[in-house]
Design a binder for this molecule. Structure first.
Ligand code: TMP
Ligand code: ASP
Length: 237
């Protein structure tokens, strides 16, 4: 499958059209951004690592019954994916308090949450991706109805229920993560975008060392060495 035109360039990936109008090529970039792209960086090979990690996790989720946009990997940093219309909601799922949750609500960093917390953020860079509730989603007309919101919440929770024990087995705490969904031509809601250390927080289960993009956000070390470690643990026999 050949790349045709560049359809869209996001912060982490480029999307290309192909000969098949229902399929796109998603190419993972080496760029790193944080804080609404006010902080920028780049590490050669980061895109490849995210592509490999995301492919492994999407394949695992598919096996467990989650429908995704992934068709197959094409090479080290690109995937063939189904064309979907992205729902502009970042679904964030949290197990342990950190990041914006601690800032917004004053919950102590590292607190294990008493339940799986699912949050919706409006995917709009100009507005800084604000936290929104169900009614905001309906007012903004970004989902059809409450049933779709319930579906997104259930999918977020299901993905967490699959990934959390998978990572626990690999001595990693899945602290929180962000997922995005899209609607395909038949109206199915598919997991889209990526699941990688750019979009998740992973802490080493023993040392609590951060093995995700917080290293870049907080300037505490290279990301590549950490992402390599995450991939190594995912691939463990
Ligand atoms: P937060 O604590 O900054 O709200 O982030 C929650 C989770 O969502 C964390 O795993 C990082 C991820 N995330 C993204 O993937 N993209 C974003 O733009 C933001 C703000 C967070
Ligand atoms: N929203 C951030 C950015 O601009 C990403 C992040 O902090 O995860 O790239």
């Amino acid at each position: 499958m050949q790349k045709k035109e560049l359809l869209y360039e996001g912060k982490g990936k480029k999307l290309y059209t192909t000969d098949d109008k229902e399929l796109l090529i998603s190419e993972f970039k080496d760029d790193l951004t944080a804080f609404n792209a006010q902080k920028k960086g780049n590490e050669k090979g980061k895109g490849e690592l995210n592509c490999k990690i995301s492919t492994q996790l999407f394949n695992l989720l598919t096996k467990e019954g989650v429908q995704t946009h992934l068709v197959k990997t094409l090479d080290d940093n690109s995937q063939l994916v189904k064309k979907v219309s992205i729902i502009p909601i970042e679904v964030v799922v949290r197990n342990i308090a950190t990041g914006s949750l601690t800032k917004r609500l004053g919950i102590k960093e590292g607190t294990v949450l008493p339940l799986t917390l699912v949050e919706f953020y409006y995917k709009d860079d100009a507005l800084g991706d604000p936290l929104i509730n169900d009614e905001h989603c309906l007012v903004l007309n970004i989902v059809k109805n409450r049933a779709d919101l319930q579906k997104l919440r259930e999918l977020g929770t299901k993905i967490n229920d699959i990934l959390k024990p998978f990572f626990a087995d690999r001595d990693l705490k899945l602290v929180d993560f962000k997922v995005e969904f899209g609607v395909d031509k038949d109206g199915n809601i598919l997991l889209a975008d990526e699941i990688s250390p750019d979009s998740c927080r992973f802490w080493d289960a023993t040392t609590n060392e951060k093995l995700d993009k917080d290293r870049f956000r907080q300037g505490i070390g290279e990301v590549k060495v950490a992402y390599e470690e995450v991939l190594k643990r995912i691939l463990k026999a």
